[in-house]
Each structure stands twice: as C-alpha cells, then as structure tokens.
Design a protein around this ligand. Structure first.
Ligand code: MIG
Length: 740
C-alpha cells in the first residue's frame, strides 16, 4: 500500500499494481484540512476525521483485486447511474457499462459506470473514488464495504468534505466539471424513435401553432441510410434543416458506434484503411451485430481513430445538425457470429427445457470483456474489460472535437447514454430505456440525484417513458416533473403510443404546455444553477439531505428534490391521485402556486389536482423569471422578473450569450441581489460581481411577494424608488442599464 497526500485534503492510496489505459484524474487544488487523515497502521489503512473512521480489514488478489473496509453507521450515496433509492447501504453493484433495456428494480449494471460514492458518517462526508477504468465491484454493508477491481491492483482516492457539496466540488475538480451548455439545451426537447423528415417538420409547425415552447427536435436511427452512421436517407435533401432553424428549432441526430461492414461505404473503408477497429483474439476486426447488421467497432482508445471519428461528423454538420446524441455506446452488441454457431449447435440436439434455457441466455447482451482487444497510442494492447467503461467517454471526447472542427466557437451539445466518471466534461446524460410506468416516473428522481452526487449535473429521463404506452395522466404528471429536471426531453420507442404534448387531448395538452412554459419562465434561474454546476460541480438537482446532511431522516426522501438552490419539487407519482404528503425541510417554505407558508421539518398533506405539481420556494430566496417564449432565444432582449420570497434574501443571477465560448474569456454577467428590511421598507443591493457581457435582461421588475401593506419605501443601491402594489405584491421597475 502506498499513501500519497495530494494537494489539500485528498489522499491517493494505491494497492498492488493497477494499470489504466487512460488517466481521468487531472491536477486539482483542494483546500487543506487538519481534521482529516489517511494513515498506515500495522500495514492497514486508517481514514478518519472527528466522525469518520474507516479501517481497512484485508486485501486480496485472485484475478480481481479486493480491499475490505470496516466502518460504523455509514450511509452510501452516488455510484453514478443505479436503479433504486438514494441510500445504497445493503446493496451490491457492478460497474460494467451495459445495455439492459428493461429497468427492473434490481437491474445492475446499467449504461454508465462511475466508481465513486459519498459516505456520510454523522456530520462528516467523504468521497471515495476508485480510479479504475476496469470492471469494479462494490459491496455495501451495515458494518463496512468492499471495493474490487478486475486488475492487479487498485487506486482509491479519499476525498474529504466534510460537506457533501465540498466532496462533489473536489471530486468534479479532479475528474472535470461540465462546460456551460448551449442555452437552447435547457429548453424543452421533443423526440421519438423515429421522426421522419416530414414528421419533424410537422411536429415543429404544431409546436409553433400551439405556442408550446420547444427548442430541439431529435432524429433517431431512421434518418440514416441503412443505419450507416454518418449517412443520410435521400429525403433529407440539403437545406432541409434551414426550415426548422428558421422556426427557431435545433436538430440533434443519433450516432451509434457500430460501423456497418460494407465495402461500398466510405466510412467503413476509411476506418479499415487506418486499421482503426477493435480486434478479436485472432487479430481480426471484431464483428458484432447492431442495427446495421454485421459491424466493426472503432477503437476510440487511439487518438488517430478519435480524430477520424471527429472528422466523420462533417456529413452531419454540413446538413445543419446542432447536437449529437450518442446511443448504444456501452457498446451494446446484440449478437455475434459465435452466438449463431452456438444456436445451430444447440438446435442440432433434441430440444428440451435446458436447451431452450441456454438458447434464451444467448439473447442477453454480453460485455465481450475478454473477447475484444484495443490498442493505445503506443501500440500497447488492452483487453476490452479495461476500456469498456471509458469507451463512451472516449467517443464523447472525439465528438467534442467534431464540434471544434465544424462548429468552431460554438458550445457543443452531446447527449450520451453510456459514460464514466468525468463524462460531464463532454456530454449530458439521459437515463436510457425506461418505461411508461408510474414506478419509473418515481425512480427517475433518485437515479438522477445519484448521478448529480457523482458529478453529472446535466441529466434527465425520457419524459412520458420510453417503452410501453403512456396515457394522458401519466404524461401530464411526467411533464410536470420533467420541467424541473436538468435535461427535459420527451422521448418514446417505436411501436408505443404517441406521447407528444397533444397526444391525449386538449386537457393534457394544456397541462403539458403550462409546465413547459413555466420551464421557459424559469430560464434565468435554471441557467444560473447550470453556472454553479459548471463553476463548482454542484448538481442542479439535489437530494434534500444536501440541505442538512447530518439529518438521517432526509436520506430516505426519494420522491422530492431541490431544483437549483431554492425550489423544492414534490411530484405526484401515482395514478388517480390528487394529493400527497410532502416533507417540508427545516426553515420556512412557500407554496409557489398560492403563496401559502409552511413551517419546516413537518409533513403536510398537500393538494395537487391533475394540472398542478407541488412546488415550494425557500423563504429568503430570490427566484428569477422571464416571459415564456417559443424558444429560448426568440427575443433579443428579455424582461427580468425578480421574485422576492421573504423579508431578507440573497440571490445570484448568471447570464451570457448562450452559445459561444466567450464566457470562458469572461464574457458573462454575474449579479448579486441582496434584499434587506428596514422599518416600513425594503432595501435592495444590486451589483455585478462580474460584468463582461452586454446583457439580454433589459427591463427589471422586482416583486416583493405578499408584502405587508404598510411598506412604503424601497431603496435600490441607496436610492429611493417609486413603488406600487400589484395585488398582494409590492413592485418596483427599472432598466438594468440604469443600475449596472
Ligand atoms: O436498440 O435508436 O436508448 O433512446 O430510441 C434501441 C433507437 C436503440 C436505444 C435508445 C433509445 C433509442 C433507440 N436505441
């Protein structure tokens, strides 16, 4: 065992001789802490602060390297994308990127592997990152945990908090944080497997006719010529995207990694000529079956292959594509030639139950961990099991490069299904093939929160459910909830009931529209939350325990979440239900729908008719809104509404141009609104903590919600402002340019 103290309060502990084909940890400066230590006592590791005490019990190697730890009263959170509830105590996990499309409660592994978790002991939290790209395994018990990796050693980082926020900040500092997404990616997105060109145009027109805001339309696998990646079916003539762009839509196309083996296909030939495919054990190009039939798979471990992949995107960008959706990148391999041989052997025998059973298992996807070989830039050969979990990560890296080549100066938008620790540097994540089940509506909350705790802030689920048939009530409730997820896309599978907002009649359409519009209204607030994810790694969607991590009661709240810093969302997760119990956290919270005030640390019965989702704002917060529009940047200038909840509050507002990389050079504004009370009045301190962008917010209305009638005086930066009541709210107006 080797213990190294890195800069600040992060320790790196190495057992045996681990070997990764790729380094995902970057230099990062964390704050120091005297309270935290990792030391060696009698050949064993001891990790501690005032509350944390983790002691290593044993280490073991038999093809898999395992380290066993004991600790008391720990709760475990994170592990990236996992089915189930937030607190992972008592569970076992595998990290092997996998496409199991039926998300039953115990399905594991899933598409994404993030071998990272946060353990909370009393008041202290610590992050544990297992730095292996190989398959890893976690066993989480009441009295300890075991970490294993398919390698000859294991590297574990112990990342101190003691705050959960600090742990996530430090971890994302090490593996990288998200960049600012293009602003349109915050908008509503409409998808289905698969819209044709005509469907896409019709959907776009309908959205505008009905004034349902929407920024993005997706093209799933059927836009391609015979599923050949980077090709188009004939009907997508040049210029077809202009029509959608003119209406303010962006277009995102799916890209799968399997390359059809076809001598007449230039992408295949160019990869073949650079010998760019992964190999089987005989040294031939590995063959697996996916949508196009027999395919070879690019070896993304090689930088020349990544560059080729990036350049292959030209065919998409020259048709005006704005974003790339990476699917099947675990990689999913649904069939192999060796399986064909096995099937024919099996069926030569007399059919019995055993044979049928064996035949059935052949149809399960395998990871091909031992069958495929990769090569790195130095020519070193790596088994697939060491590369598989970063395959999508490397693909995303190459895809980002494609944007640099073909959309220079613009922010990339990449959506990925598979990934690894740090995937947020390149891509947003959706949780794959859920189903139109109420159970899935509910479980998407802890899944996304788990991803957020693991560093991935830009996450969402197929709203309405992917598999199976949605119905009007389910869609309404899911749209209400989805409006408060970082990534907001409605997507469904081929052959299932249509679930666009208007698919279930006018009543449901109105509800969908109401919440999509609310999403656009809240854009200034949401975009600011993304800024903090970019800047500090803080998830946009947070579990309640991030408000008070020592309160173990909050660890089991899986059906409420905090969106941004100040909004509590409590979705309805069952059919035929028009109320629910809501746990209101400590302090005071205000029902956004009607201004009702709730004292915290209590449970209430809250009404929620079909067209309402319970949403609360923390007393002492500032919520920034604008007017809903058809698409995020429909208007050059926007009104800013600053809603003040409570008598004193502080709020931050971030803005930039929403599409270029200028924010990295300081072309952005960060405003601070500090609200205080004086006898008979309010004070507002408004300043720019950073001012580097001309700004879109033009006219500003500050509204003190439910202000007492006797208030007469409001000052803004010391200057008295005229004010008036609108209903119960006291309002002042001004022009941003007159103040900043
Ligand atoms: O084998 O491209 O998760 O979103 O619509 C299914 C078709 C392949 C799986 C993705 C889903 C997508 C579908 N894909």
């Amino acid at each position: 065992m080797k213990i190294e103290k890195l800069d600040g309060s992060i320790f790196k502990v190495t057992y045996g001789k681990p070997q990764n084909p790729l380094e995902v940890v970057q230099n990062y400066h964390a704050g120091d802490s005297k309270d935290f230590s990792c030391t060696q006592e009698d050949d064993r590791l001891v990790v501690k602060d005032k509350e944390i005490l983790i002691t290593q019990k044993s280490e073991d190697f038999n093809g898999i390297f395992s380290v066993d730890f004991s600790c008391k009263d720990a709760h475990f959170f994170g592990f990236g994308e996992k089915m189930g509830y937030l607190d992972k105590k008592g569970r076992n996990f595998k990290m092997i990127n996998s496409d199991f499309p039926l998300h039953t409660p115990d399905v594991d592994p899933m598409y994404i592997s993030i071998p990272f978790f946060i353990a909370i002991f009393g008041k202290s939290a610590i992050g544990i990152f297992v730095d292996t790209t190989s398959y890893s395994f976690f066993n989480l018990r009441e009295d300890g945990f075991t970490i294993s990796a398919k390698d000859e050693g294991i590297t574990i980082y112990f990342i101190y908090g003691p705050d959960v926020k600090k742990v996530i900040g430090n971890f994302t500092g090490m593996v990288g944080r998200m960049e600012m997404p293009p602003a349109w990616a915050i908008g509503y997105q409409q998808s289905r497997w698969s819209y044709s060109k005509d469907d896409a145009i019709e959907i776009a027109k309908k959205m505008r006719q009905k004034e349902i805001p929407c920024d993005v339309i997706y093209l799933d696998i059927d836009y391609m010529d015979g599923y050949r990646v980077f090709t188009w079916k004939k009907d997508f003539e040049n210029g077809f995207s202009n029509y959608l762009h003119d209406m303010g839509f962006k277009l995102v196309t799916i890209v799968d990694p399997g390359i059809k083996i076809d001598e007449n296909y230039d992408i295949y030939r160019s990869a073949k000529s650079m010998d760019g495919f992964v190999k089987d054990k005989e040294g031939n190009d590995f063959v697996g079956y996916v949508w196009p039939g027999r395919c070879n798979f690019p070896d993304f471990l090689r930088s020349d292959v990544r560059e080729w992949w990036a350049r292959s995107h030209k065919a998409l960008f020259e048709k005006g594509i704005d974003g790339i959706w990476n699917d099947m990148n675990e990689p999913a391999i649904v069939w192999t030639d060796s399986k064909t041989r096995k099937v024919s052997e099996l069926f030569k025998r007399e059919i019995d139950f055993q044979i049928l059973g064996e035949a059935k298992t052949l149809f399960l996807q395998e990871d091909a961990g031992d069958e495929i070989l990769h090569k790195d830039d130095n020519g070193k050969v790596w088994p697939h099991y060491k590369v598989r979990n970063v395959y999508a990560y490397l693909e995303a890296m190459a895809t980002k490069r494609a944007f640099e080549l073909y959309r220079p100066g613009k922010r990339p938008f990449i959506l990925t299904r598979a990934g690894f620790a740090g995937i947020q540097k390149y891509a947003a994540v959706w949780t794959g093939d859920n189903s139109s089940w109420w159970e899935h509506l509910e479980i998407e909350m802890p899944i996304s929160m788990g991803l957020g705790l693991s560093g991935v802030a830009f996450t969402g689920a197929d709203v309405g459910g992917f598999g199976g048939d949605a119905n009007g009530e389910l869609l309404a409730r899911w749209m209400e909830m989805g409006a408060f997820f970082p990534f907001f896309r409605n997507h469904s599978a081929i052959g299932t009931a249509r679930q666009e907002p208007w698919s279930f009649g006018e009543k449901i359409e109105e509800i969908a529209k109401k919440y999509i519009r609310l999403r656009y209204e809240l854009f200034p607030y949401i975009y600011t939350a993304f800024y903090f994810a970019h800047k500090e790694g803080i998830p946009v969607m947070k579990p309640l325990f991030m408000l008070d991590q020592a309160n173990t009661d909050l660890y089991s709240i899986n059906d409420e979440f905090i969106f941004g810093d100040s909004i509590l969302v409590a979705p309805i997760t069952r059919p035929n239900t028009t109320w629910r119990t809501v746990y209101i956290p400590k302090d005071k919270w205000i029902d956004m729908r009607n201004g009702n005030l709730y004292e915290g640390d209590h449970v209430y019965k809250i009404d929620a008719p079909l067209d309402e989702i319970p949403v609360f704002v923390k007393d002492g917060s500032v919520i920034f809104r604008t007017d809903p529009v058809n698409y995020i940047f429909e208007k050059e200038k926007m009104n800013l509404y600053v809603d003040i909840y409570g008598n004193s509050a502080i709020g931050y507002l971030y803005e930039d141009d929403g599409e270029t990389l200028g924010y990295k050079e300081g072309n952005y504004n960060l405003y601070e609104f500090a609200i205080g009370s004086i006898p008979g009045g309010y004070t507002i301190g408004l300043k720019a903590l950073h001012h580097g962008y001309s700004g879109r917010y033009d006219k500003v209305w500050i509204r003190f919600l439910n202000a007492p009638r006797m208030i007469t005086k409001v000052t803004l930066n010391g200057k008295e402002m005229t004010n008036h009541f609108e209903g119960k709210d006291l309002v002042i107006e001004f022009q941003m340019k007159d103040v900043i």
